[in-house]
Write a protein that binds this ligand. Structure first.
Ligand code: NAD
Ligand code: UDX
Length: 481
């Protein structure tokens, strides 16, 4: 029986290993983590992450061939294949701070693997890492090994998106495996390929050299984020000209060379990957003497930041240039629907912008806890991407931000509402009731284009929707970006 151990029981390690265990009953999969709270949660009825379909998969194989443990060294030493799915945050200090990937967690994992291994191992990079990380990992493993053990490093980046992780893992567009082009390297690639071949058609399993696999992951995220920044840039022009971004995106996406997906204008992209991976790409370009290429990708992040500040500026300028002391309801805090994840959510920047203008904000999200929201609003940039037990557990509460468990409570008495996550339930709210209970004039700022502006205008709201024609009120109060 092949034994797999995965270091890191997070958003990637947990669901990915659960699906491998489900699809490969003959393989024993153990997911380990340095966080005891995370492992206890994986072993309980309250999984540490919210992901549609995940509970079902875990229930089917936990205790059968899927295990969660903190006994890291034991399971690493027993495994044939070790996936490393630890976090790779952006460096917050030192060389490359604010851009380069911090490989502290990866390096300590590699040193531990070298220390405890007693048999040959295939070490798989599941985390997103800079190009050439495999070379560094190889050096750590071989220089710390005098036991004659053969370590093969593979790059097997993960392309799942949160909220649809189980669907994406069941039917991936492709699985990518990079390895050394040596006989041992090819053998390792074949073994990993045979694991995925249990449910992924072979022609969808791509094998490449290590560096192509590592770079493909960064490139894929950069391309995806670039599409969103492109449509968001066009959304600003739509507002200035009276065009409708949904109509423009539809027409553009009808070109089969462009395609319809990933063209929804929004308050900005969030999530743990896009910004971090583009910053990483920028740093690699700079280190390789390619400043023009670095500048090209920097623009994707600049437009994303512009979109978030443009939203806040629009909100404040529409409300007579001040929100001091006003109640603003925030509907949605997660970085997208169907997840409780708030890493790099645009809601953090929008809320901080409103708090900076002295607003009182009242937040409702169906999946994010009050503790998490308070922690996010109190945390410094990039501090979120460190193991949860290293983050401040009891942040000083931001007292101007309250958290409600119902959209109607959050909007009661509010001067304005902003929608920051596209949860389906926000489409179905009783907006007449919300309007009745708000201060007048009542404003709605839809950062996800989930409500019908015309219907809301009929109720009496002043409505701003990203990239849609502005109503007369907003035209009279131009926002300065
Ligand atoms: P995460 O923070 O949810 O999980 C990482 C886990 O690793 C944490 O629980 C942490 O405690 C644990 N860890 C850190 N050091 C460890 C060690 N030495 N031994 C054992 N456990 C250790 O992160 P994530 O979202 O799962 O992302 C992991 C990696 O996958 C990152 O490189 C990320 O860029 C990449 N990725 C993420 C996504 C996504 O949607 N979240 C998608 C594709 C790729
Ligand atoms: C992304 C990649 O899609 C995935 O392949 C990779 O493995 C990890 O990073 P994720 O961040 O989980 O996945 O979600 P994604 O669906 O890509 O959304 C990222 C952000 O972009 C969200 O804030 C989302 O709301 C936003 N978005 C997405 C838009 O604003 N418009 C769109 O059209 C699509």
């Amino acid at each position: 029986m092949v034994k797999i151990c995965c270091l890191g029981a997070g958003y990637v390690g947990g669901p990915t290993m659960a699906v491998i265990a489900l699809k490969c009953p003959a393989i024993e999969v153990v997911v380990v983590d340095i966080s005891t709270t995370r492992i206890s949660a994986w072993n309980s009825d309250q999984l540490p992450i919210y992901e549609p379909g995940l509970d079902d998969v875990v229930k089917q194989c936990r205790g059968r061939n899927l295990f969660f443990s903190t006994d890291i060294e034991k399971h690493v030493s027993e495994a044939d294949i070790i996936f490393v799915s630890v976090n790779t945050p952006t460096k917050t200090r030192g060389l490359g701070a604010g851009k380069a990937a911090d490989l502290t967690y990866w390096e300590s994992a590699a040193r531990m693997i070298a220390d405890v291994s007693k048999s040959d191992k295939i070490v798989v990079e599941k985390s997103t890492v800079p190009v050439k990380t495999a070379e560094a990992i190889e050096k750590i493993l071989t220089h710390n090994n005098n036991k004659g053990i053969n370590f093969q490093i593979l790059s097997n980046p993960e392309f799942l998106a949160e909220g649809t992780a189980i669907q994406d893992l069941f039917k991936p567009d492709r699985v990518l495996i990079g390895g050394r082009e040596t006989p041992e390297g090819c053998k390792a690639v074949e073994l990993l390929k045979s694991v995925y071949a249990n449910w992924v058609p072979e022609d969808q399993i791509i094998t490449t050299n290590l560096w192509s696999a590592e770079l493909s992951k960064l490139a894929a995220n950069a391309f995806l984020a670039q599409r969103i920044s492109s449509v968001n840039a066009i959304s600003a022009l739509c507002e200035a000209t009276g065009a409708d971004v949904a109509e423009v995106a539809y027409s553009v996406g009808k070109d089969s060379r462009i395609g319809p997906k990933f063209l929804n204008a929004s308050v900005g992209f969030g999530g743990s990957c896009f910004q971090k991976d583009i910053l990483n790409l920028i740093y690699i370009c700079e280190c390789n003497g390619l400043p023009e290429v670095a500048d090209y990708w920097k623009q994707v992040i600049k437009i994303n930041d512009y979109q978030k500040s443009r939203f806040v500026n629009r909100l404040v300028s529409s409300m007579f240039n001040t929100v001091a002391g006003k109640k603003i309801a925030v509907l949605g805090f997660a970085f997208k629907k169907d997840t409780g994840d708030t890493r790099e959510t645009p809601a953090i920047d929008v809320c901080k912008g409103l708090l900076g203008d002295k607003a009182k904000i009242s937040i409702y999200d169906p999946q994010v806890t009050e503790d998490q929201i308070q922690r996010d609003l109190a945390m410094n940039k990039f501090d979120w991407d460190h193991p949860i037990h290293l983050q401040p557990m009891s942040p000083t509460a931001v007292k101007e931000a309250s958290v409600e468990w119902d959209a109607y409570e959050a909007t009661k008495g509010a001067h304005g509402v902003c929608i920051l996550t596209e949860w389906d339930e926000f489409k179905k709210l009783d907006y007449e009731k919300i309007y009745e209970n708000m201060q007048k004039p009542a404003f709605i700022f839809d950062g996800r284009n989930v409500v019908d502006p015309e219907k809301l205008r009929k109720i009496g709201f002043i409505v701003y929707s990203i990239g849609k024609p502005l109503d007369a009120w907003l035209k009279d109060m131009p926002a300065v970006a």
